[in-house]
Each structure stands twice: as structure tokens, then as C-alpha cells.
Design a protein around this ligand. Structure first.
Ligand code: SF4
Ligand code: SF4
Length: 383
């Protein structure tokens, strides 16, 4: 954690967060990580939530479980500490459930303690839960959803039932938010017809909720994977009533349903990149493994609206460009097609503002800064 963030956490320690207005609270939450937030406010959170328990049902569709991995790898706090501090009842999560199946130890399992298909139905029927969806939802072939089947039911059917009874939905990861890699252009994309929860790519009329004719408040937390802080802090803000659903959603979410506090409309990863000085001086790596700007290696950070370069990953230790990988704009609704080809320079093969990037690089700081502004406002829409 950097010194600025340490100072902020120290300042926040002297503040009663329960007295913060929503705006200040969200700013504070946006600035600190989940560990600092939960650690700083531990006592207040426990007393605020003494009698309240929030039930979460976490479903997995077409995905790699990377977002669950991301949360589980958030070691401090780990998932158990986080949910106990927030008084969450993580009632259903397929990769974290105790032994479950139709047969357990060779015997037929027909109780919800041992059979997850019975458990999920019981939990949904009880109602009063937040639904977390990880993964895209297959609509194909021909609207049947049979390209993603869990047990003997389509994920589309399970999602429809769970969404109908949910108080709110968090679409975690780019697959659930926008379809992600499941929706990448391919020979089979139209047949499999994967959908995000409330969007498919940039299109809010193609989300699975619209397909099912369901209206539910949705918060998108994209990323491939999503950052543990983005998930835990959003869940924390919802549970503590600092994001009131649905009243506050218009104010706190951007055009694509993302919390602006983590995915700022007017800020890109590029702006705080540790390699930014090289960009401004027009010094670019031509091969992976160097320490200069990665623009010529296909970095899409100037299009990517997220706080990765401020928050950083793996306990605030590093992030993609710092570790030497060009940003692939994994948080944007058009990902991955809008970012492809991933490791090839963007902007019409090096032509930017009518000038070749090599010419621009010689003009140094001023022109490059203007260029950065142009990238930032064009966003990732395949323009
Ligand atoms: S283009 Fe990529 S590597 Fe270069 S400064 Fe911007 S974010 Fe960093
Ligand atoms: S730096 Fe870019 S690719 Fe890496 S996590 Fe952030 S948005 Fe995704």
C-alpha cells in the first residue's frame, strides 16, 4: 500500500463512517482496499450489523471461476473474515459448498444438506437474498439454453428462477456483466448465443433479464477477473445501506452498470500507469520484457476505465502493465473483441491524429498528453 493510501486510512480511522453521507462514504470506499476498509471499520460494522444477516446466493454459469479465485486469493481479509465482518450468510456457492451431489459416499442424497439441487431450490423459495452471478448465460441453441446445463437443468432456467426472487443482482466478472469471452466473435457465437445478465457486450437490450422479461436492479462488477476489492467493497456498501437499491443506482453506476467509484468515466488505467513517464517521453518497448511504455505492444489502457493503476492487484503489490503485460481492457463491455488483436498496437496501425506515433513520440510531452486525452474519450466501442 502506498504512503498516500496509508495516510488516508489513518485519517479515516478517526472518522465515524456511520455518520458519513453516501457521497463521502463511497469516496472513502473507492480510495481504500477491502482489507483497510474492513479493518478500519470492524467494530462499527459488527455493531451496525448485529441483528442483520445478508443472504447471498452465488451462481456459476459459463466461466472459468477466475472471479471466485480472485476473491479467494484476496488473503487479507480472506473470504471467511470478510463475510463474518459483514455478517454475510454465503448460503450457496458451488465451489465452496461442503460435500454435495446426487450420490454422496455411494448413497442417494435427498436432503438439502447433501444435495445442491434441493438446496438451491429451497434457498430461492425462501427469498430475501442478493444474487451474485459469475459467468455468462447460454441462450442457445434456439433460446433453449442447453449449451450450459448444470445437473439436468439449463443455467438459463436456474438463473431465471433465482433472479425472479432476488432482492438485487451483482453480475461479477466480465462474463456475467457483458458476456465476456463467451461472446467473442466466432463461427459458433450466434448458435451458442451467450448473454450477460443485463447487457450483452454494450447492448442493454440483449441481456438475459430482458430476454426473460424480468426487471431487477443489477450492479455490474466487470474484470477478467474482477478485483477482490471491487466485489467486497460493493457488497459492503450495499449491505451497509450506503448504496440503496434501487434508489441510488442511477447516481452511482455508469452507462454500463459499473460503480463509477471503481470504474470512473473520466479516468483510464493509462493515467496512473507506472510506465506513464515513458509514454510521455515517447519511449516505447518493441518487445515484451522491457521497462518502457507498452503502447506499441498493444496496450489498451488508454481505453480502459478502471482504478487498477491506483488500487493495484495482489495486495496492492502490482498490476498488469507494472508486471510487463499490456492492458487488454478486460473491464470494458466490448471485451475481448474491442481489444483484439490483443498485442497489436491500436489506432489504425500506429496512425494517431493523422500523424504516425513515431513522429508523435519525437514531439514529446505536450503532443503525447493530447494523444492520451484522445484515447481516453474514444472509449472501447470498436471505433
Ligand atoms: S500505454 Fe499502457 S504501458 Fe504505456 S503508459 Fe499507458 S498504460 Fe502504461
Ligand atoms: S490493467 Fe487492464 S487488463 Fe489489467 S486488470 Fe486492469 S483493466 Fe484489466
Amino acid at each position: 500500500m502506498n504512503t498516500g493510501k496509508n495516510n488516508l486510512v489513518r485519517t479515516l480511522e478517526s472518522v465515524d463512517f456511520l455518520k458519513m453521507d453516501r457521497r463521502t462514504f463511497l469516496k472513502a470506499v473507492g480510495a481504500v482496499g477491502a482489507t483497510a476498509f474492513l479493518g478500519t471499520y470492524k467494530t462499527e460494522i459488527v455493531s451496525a450489523l448485529k441483528f442483520a444477516e445478508t443472504k447471498i446466493i452465488w451462481l456459476h454459469g459459463a466461466e472459468c471461476t477466475g472471479c471466485s479465485e480472485s476473491v479467494l486469493n484476496g488473503g487479507n481479509p480472506d473470504i471467511v473474515q470478510a463475510i463474518s465482518k459483514l455478517n454475510v450468510n454465503l448460503a450457496y456457492h458451488e465451489t465452496l459448498l461442503a460435500q454435495q451431489g446426487i450420490f454422496v459416499d455411494g448413497k442417494l442424497a435427498n436432503t438439502s444438506e447433501l444435495n445442491s439441487e434441493i438446496l438451491i431450490d429451497e434457498l430461492i423459495e425462501e427469498g430475501n437474498y442478493i444474487l451474485v452471478v459469475e459467468g455468462a448465460i447460454a441462450n442457445g441453441p434456439d433460446g433453449s439454453g442447453r449449451y450450459c446445463v448444470i445437473g439436468n437443468r439449463t443455467f438459463k432456467e436456474i438463473f431465471a428462477k433465482a433472479a425472479k426472487h432476488a432482492n438485487a443482482i451483482l453480475a461479477v466478472g466480465t462474463c456475467a456483466a457483458y458476456g465476456g469471452i463467451n461472446c467473442a466473435d466466432s463461427a459458433v457465437a450466434k448458435v451458442t448465443d451467450y448473454r450477460g445478465v443485463a447487457f450483452t457486450k454494450e447492448d442493454s437490450s440483449k441481456g438475459m433479464l430482458q430476454e426473460l422479461n424480468l426487471k431487477k436492479p443489477v450492479i455490474n462488477i466487470p474484470g477478467c477477473p474482477a478485483h477482490p476489492d471491487w466485489i467486497l467493497l460493493t457488497v459492503g456498501a450495499v449491505i451497509l445501506g450506503k448504496i440503496r437499491i434501487p434508489d441510488d443506482l442511477d447516481a452511482v453506476l455508469d452507462l454500463y452498470g459499473r460503480p463509477k467509484v471503481f470504474f470512473p468515466t473520466d479516468h483510464t488505467v493509462h493515467e496512473n500507469c507506472p510506465r506513464r513517464g515513458f509514454y510521455d517521453r515517447g519511449e516505447f518497448d518493441e518487445q515484451i520484457g522491457g521497462d518502457k511504455c507498452l503502447w506499441k505492444l498493444g496496450c489498451k489502457a488508454p481505453y480502459s476505465h478502471a482504478d487498477c493503476a491506483i488500487r493495484r492487484w495482489n495486495g496492492s503489490v502490482s498490476m498488469c502493465t507494472q508486471a510487463g503485460s499490456p492492458c487488454i481492457a478486460c473491464v470494458e463491455p466490448g471485451f475481448p473483441d474491442a481489444a483484439r488483436p490483443l498485442y497489436v498496437e491500436a489506432e489504425d496501425k500506429g496512425v494517431l491524429l493523422g500523424a504516425n506515433i513515431d513522429t508523435l513520440s519525437k514531439v514529446a510531452v505536450g503532443a503525447a498528453t493530447v494523444a492520451a486525452g484522445v484515447h481516453a474519450i474514444r472509449r472501447m466501442r470498436g471505433e
